[in-house]
Ligand binder design. Sequence first.
Ligand code: F58
Length: 840
Amino acid sequence: AALKVSEGTRENLWSLMNSYQGRDSRSIQRSIVNHVEYTLGLTRFNFKDFNAYQATSYSVRDRLIEQLNDSNEYFNSQNSKRVYYLSLEFLLGRMLQNSLVNIDMEKKYKDALTDIGFKLEEIYEEEVDPALGNGGLGRLAACFLDSMATLDIPAMGYGIRYDYGIFKQQIQDGYQVEQPDYWLAKGNPWEIERPDVAYPVRFGGTFTKSGSGCGVGRWEGGEVVMAIAYDTPVPGFNTYNTNRLRLWRSRPGNEFDLQKFNDGQYDKSIMERQRAEYITSVLYPNDSTWEGKQLRLKQQYFFCCATIQDIIKRFKLNNTNWNDFPKLNQIQLNDTHPAIAAIELLRVLLDVERLPYDQAWMIVTGTFGYTNHTVLPEALEKWSVNMLQSLLPRHMDLIFFINQIFLEEVKRRFPGDGRRLEVVSMIEGWEDKRVRMANVAIVCSHHVNGVAALHTQILKASVFKDFYEIFPDKFLNMTNGVTPRRWLYCCNPGLAQLISDTINNDDDWVTDMRMVEEIAAYADEQGFVDKFKQVKVDCKKQLQHYIEKTQGIHIRLDAMYDVLVKRIHEYKRQLMDILYIIHRYLQILGMNEEQRRNVVPRVVFIGGKAAPGYKDAKGFIKLINSVADRINNDKSINDLIKVVFFKNYCVSNAQIIIPAADLSQHISTAGTEASGTSNMKFTMNGALIIGTMDGANVEIAQEIGKENMFVFGADVHEVDRYRAQTDEYRKGRLDGRLRNAFRAIYEGKFGALNDDIKGYLNRIEAGSDHYCLSLDFASYVEAQERADRTYRDQALWNKMAIIGIAKSGKFSSDRTIQEYCAQIWKITPKRIPNPADKPQ
Ligand code: F58
């Protein structure tokens, strides 16, 4: 009915919303206090910071809901083309500051709150950090939402509303201990529950087919659960446009097992209904290994099935011609995790909408795009055919069918090439058959993209080489980016202010990061450099305060802050960093007073979560903590090195540590890190990178100049050659300093050793060095020494940092999204009129 109201009624409805339009202090206060009383049921005469956080968030949410609804209504009325970003993870981070900044009301809310006795900065700290993601992939999805809203792209994110996000990391006796993250315990003011938006999702049962070829299937029985929508508004910066993030929660289906009930098994039938809720209970905390858990497959299908129903329903509001579907809907798959959505769309088109196969297939391949985030073979998803068959029988049947058609085409185009057929087949193995989800995603998509230039090259040249030869035009690169709103403007207000003041352009650069290039001209200007130094010191003070408060460690301000924060993994080589620290420590122990005066004092931060089942990664954490223990308590080195294991690395504390870093480490073995995105954030915040020629480091070097980074290590080809050698060869070339560091560990200098880590080091010594620690160690040490030398020349250091910031514009996710829009989604911005501009 909303679309049909007359203009008069519309105006009337419009004026009803005025209560939330007021941007003056009194209106803001009234709306906050109203929520204290009416939403929270508390008295306005006495409420705590946390309640102020809740009420403030509800007040902001009111504005966002209005913008969201208006945006949505506008897009519906225009039958706008839409982008749907499907992801099993959205690592959003806290919402309050970001929302206020984006709707340009941070200052107003700050003043309004001060006036009634609250400090906005303290209120920010009350918010739980919603952590529905593992790492880079989930955070990328969150940055993309921000950019799509900012760029006026009619877009939606779809995912899962997990009850438990990524675990909280505690450290006990140096070991990681995982604590459940029940982030909803105190409610979530940012979401809107939508019991009116609910879809059934079926698992198991049987399917019968009629007709030939793919036929028409009837899928019945099994278990039906309901997907309920929870919406979170995603406001753009400096635009009225507000997009929607829709997360699904599982609930018991409407069908009740009457049979059991009548048999007197009331309790059992209730318990079965409860099982439905488990589907969206918990985020799987793996960041790079694939696990064939049935519940994970259920999660994937659950959210894809609900999402496809929702998208189709929206399409049908305004459309009847199915051929328009791909023109109006683009679905992007954030890795293969939601790839089953493509098969689900095919199923619905065939079995429900009764479209002919050719037409249905054209629609599917016109709709989907697939983004790959990894080249590690152990991360590629391969579901057991048996599991798929029992859970999703029709989907398995359709995969077999499309695979057969695809392989026939390949046979025609590459006669006699049996090897290729084997490799590109969606099915792997003979007895224990598995479905290669990447192959399914590639064939079902019109475009496949890597996330950095080097990564895309590797996809084309090795991982997906055979596909690339079949579909050369399908593959393209979309170098990742990060949102400058959260990762500069919000987390580093001092630097943001300095940029705005310097380029004399207000905040325009916040949506056009290339403008920041202008500050390069000031890299030698003393006045500017001094201000930049002051910004860095202020950020370091904040970090110092945070570390004191949360970990009880005092760190000095006048040291180089050397930071390595990311998920703990062999390929990311935290081990190489800690071995270098040991080397440095041993070196200092051997120095006289005179020599020590020349040492650059460092505070080394290493932080990140290890997957709970990843033994080696957990061993690294223990080793880091043992080394920290020894070094931090060695008075003889006079704080020349301090080692901090940065606990529970997450979005909110990333916003503290990134602006404070001097040196930032991105030291993965060349060819292993698809892109990396924190490298971009650190660069934007004026940290210098020590890094390998891997992932997006390569492009960062291109943009800011290799001379403004500390680049080291083997390149992809050298890594390949080294790996092709024998263990004997590598053993014979073990780096001497590495050997000394091992010895110090074996001798117990860093406490009693856990056998696992000892075994790990032994294997490297024996020449089994897949991640090339020994190959890269010498050049790593050399790069570290370069960093020290440069740091002693503060003018040079700051100049390099400023140039880094100036030339980091490419790494805004706005640029990335513009590329997706132009090259993959073929969509242009739709600027919605701001109703506030209308004469009232
Ligand atoms: C990351 N992948 C890449 N995967 O490692 C990183 O280089 C890249 O910058 C980033 O994606 C964004 O493109 C990543 O974070 C996961 O966390 C998956 C979670 C689910 C299981 C498999 C890994």
